[in-house]
Ligand binder design. Sequence first.
Ligand code: ADP
Length: 256
Amino acid sequence: MSKEILNADHVTKIYGVGTKNPVTALNDVSLKMYEGDFICVMGPSGSGKSTFINNLSTIDVPTKGHVYINGKEVRKMGENEVGKFRYENLGFIFQEFNLLDSLTMSENIAVPLTLASKSIDEIKQRVQNIAEKLELVHLLDKYPGECSGGQRQRAAIARALVTNPKLIVADEPTGNLDSKNSHDLLSLFKNLNEKDGVSILMVTHDSMIASYSQKLLYIKDGQIEETVERGELSQTDYFHQIVDVNASESQKLFVD
Ligand code: ADP
């Protein structure tokens, strides 16, 4: 049995508590993730996908319920402990690359290590290793403004991976990429997942991208409406199942 790395226990998130119009973005959701899981989250716009992964990954704090990562309850950690915990365990990738324009690609990739006060030698070595993996070595001294969109996203990925995270949290990571760069990114995720046992929790609206995962959670109105496991299915058959779930769920939105 694989090790449990994340346990979200009856998590609810209400925005605007105490105001006239509170919004329940997440409604009593539970999920357990085990080492090596690759889970994808889909659902209509505004259904609570970002709220879901933010509340599960220390970025936000639930209104009700508990989140445990590696057995530790996030709510009970102090701010410094959460920060250290993030550097050591989590890698975040968002649609917006959020690179700092005034830093070189190398300095951008090094940010989490700098924040974790690692030695200059260790930082150099780790940045070099990840840059080789992501074919960024020739760009390390350039500034983000001198690089293409795909190269900037690769640098953002390198920054997320430079700490060797056990869990990658990605919100629409291919949202600003063309289809070749999207598939390259997913092949990299698949490799990290299968070869290095890195766990992945990813939001996407693209069924093709979702078909790289092992499990799909379809979120609607702040709840997990459907779950599809890839199991023994080929990637093509799994892709068709994902398309079907999206189509039948979308159809329910028609009122005729
Ligand atoms: P998705 O990622 O599926 O598009 P979100 O998680 O961003 O959905 O949003 C879920 C619901 O919560 C939406 O109704 C959205 O308007 C609301 N929401 C999200 N963030 C906030 C916020 N910071 N304050 C108030 N409401 C929010």
